[in-house]
Design a protein around this ligand. Structure first.
Ligand code: ATP
Ligand code: MG
Ligand code: MG
Ligand code: MG
Length: 473
């Protein structure tokens, strides 16, 4: 009997509620924090508590299923089995209460006892110098030495951004394909390579949040030792539902199937590229529906630009897979139905508005997409070694191609975009806009400039490389 994703989510929440955690509903994707562009992890709403800026709740424990958007993973969408832009992060949190040992013991108990994952298929990583975590896995939990990997800062030191609360972490991986033998019993005694994506999938990250990093990079111990954890619901569903990737779980598959039917194909027998596009549609549809439900509207900067980029990618992948004409409203209806059934009431309440906004943005883009594609094709076939900044700017300004999309399409053909020249074109456009706004009253330009600067800062702090500043609204 396979667990549905709703059952998987409930089991997580109940496990920690039973252990004294308060159930906290998912916060908005738009954080109440000017330094962060979008909610990228379950800890974001609790950041002030970790930093000691807000008093810890009583009891000092929380559990949540937090919706997240990570634009930094957009290139992985549809290509890896495990990455999305939008996903749900299951997390348990301790604010100066329990620490390492308890968090590790519970995480292991949850995976093996509640979800029934065979212990011999699990493996863990610890931060290279974290002997304490190593010893707890080894001696308290009983993980064999060859199933514990010591890893460096990039994988096992977690931070929500360049500054803020952070600390060493320990991750639990599931072995999708046992190294030897069938049935998952005969596992080799070789040291595990957790970077082997074909064999291992990272499920659960336990962050031992002990430090605050300031703007100079300096780490100072936080007043309290905290626990911050995260486990992707879609990944757990992949493993528990026995499907080859997150997109085939009950969370996303119905959207993929709807897209396939609109395109007149069948996912299971579709070619590799078509499958990738169908997965992108499955992912981006969820992302844009939830972003719109949380009040984000398409625009040319900040969060609005993230949304615009995702909608335009969605439209483009629809065309790539052979959908003719508008389709976004139809896949969105499926995503809305799924979200509503999982308890996202705001999505249900704002259903009409979401569909209307999507259809409007889709038609704005569709009206120029064909001509833009033709122009880009011409450029790509011209034999030029790079796509010039002026061409990329024309595609952006006249045809509505987010420059990241031009980069991506060019990249698929082995070409680069002259981004320096593109940025120059953008700067010139801003100058022109400033000149114009002087006619409409002094101050406008300065105010929007300040706004723009803040947005850039937010983008950089929140998700490095996650978004670009591309002009005024
Ligand atoms: P990976 O190494 O696989 O990219 P990560 O180390 O970047 O994952 P964390 O920041 O540790 O991920 O996030 C905690 C958990 O959230 C992960 O263990 C995973 O289960 C889930 N998760 C992270 N990023 C994504 C994503 N883009 N899509 C779906 N789930 C994700
Ligand atoms: Mg990652
Ligand atoms: Mg990782
Ligand atoms: Mg991780």
């Amino acid at each position: 009997q396979r667990m549905s994703s709703d059952e998987i989510r409930s089991a997580f929440l109940q496990f920690y509620v039973d252990r004294g955690h308060r159930l906290v509903p998912s916060a908005s994707l738009v954080p109440d924090d000017p330094t962060i562009l979008l909610t990228i992890a379950g800890m974001v709403p609790f950041k002030p508590i970790f930093l000691g800026e807000r008093e810890a709740p009583q009891p000092p424990r929380a559990v949540s299923a937090q919706k997240c958007v990570r634009t930094t993973d957009v290139e992985n969408v549809g290509r890896t089995r495990r990455h999305h832009t939008f996903f749900e992060m299951l997390g348990n949190f301790s604010f100066g209460d329990y620490f390492k040992r308890q968090a590790m013991v519970w995480a292991w108990e949850l995976l093996t006892q509640v979800y029934g994952l065979p212990a011999e298929r699990l493996a863990v990583s610890v931060f290279e110098s974290d002997d304490e975590a190593y010893r707890i896995w080894r001696q308290v939990v009983g993980v064999p030495a060859h199933r514990i990997a010591r890893m460096g800062e990039s994988d096992n030191f977690w931070a929500s951004g360049p500054t803020g609360p952070c600390g060493p972490c320990s991750e639990i991986y599931y072995e999708l394909v046992p190294a030897t033998g069938a049935g998952g019993n005969a596992v080799s005694a070789e040291a595990v390579d957790l970077g082997d994506d074909a064999r291992f999938i990272e499920l659960y990250n336990l962050v031992f949040m002990e430090f605050n990093r300031d703007a100079t990079g300096q780490l100072t111990p936080l007043a309290a030792k905290n626990i911050d954890t995260g486990m992707g619901l879609e990944r757990l569903a992949q493993v528990l539902q026995g499907v080859p990737n997150n997109y085939e779980t009950d969370l996303i598959r119905p959207i993929v199937d709807e897209a396939a039917s609109l395109a007149g194909c069948v996912y299971d027998s579709a070619a590799e590229d078509a499958r990738t596009s169908l997965k992108v549609i499955g992912d981006h549809t969820r992302a844009v529906v939830h972003l719109l439900a949380d009040g984000v509207r398409p625009s040319n900067m900040g969060r609005g630009y993230v949304l615009r980029r995702l909608i335009r990618r969605l439209v483009r992948h629809g065309r790539l897979v052979g959908v003719d004409g508008p389709f976004v409203a139809e896949v969105a209806e499926v995503a809305i139905r799924l979200a509503a059934a999982s308890g996202y009431q705001q999505v249900q309440r704002r259903r009409e508005e979401i569909v209307r906004e999507l259809a409007a943005e889709e038609s704005r883009f569709l009206s120029t997409l064909l001509r833009g594609e033709a122009l880009l094709e011409e450029i790509l076939q011209s034999g030029m070694p790079v796509v010039s900044g002026t061409d990329a700017f024309t595609l952006y300004d006249t045809y509505g191609f987010p420059v990241e999309m031009t980069q991506e399409i060019a990249g698929e053909r082995g070409l680069q975009v002259d981004m320096q020249a593109f940025d120059q074109c953008m700067a010139e456009q801003r100058e022109r806009a400033r000149g114009q706004s002087a006619f409409h009253g002094a101050g406008d330009g300065a105010a929007s400039h300040r706004h723009a600067v803040r947005t850039v800062a937010a983008a950089v702090n929140g998700e490095s490389g996650g978004t670009r500043f591309v002009g005024y609204d």
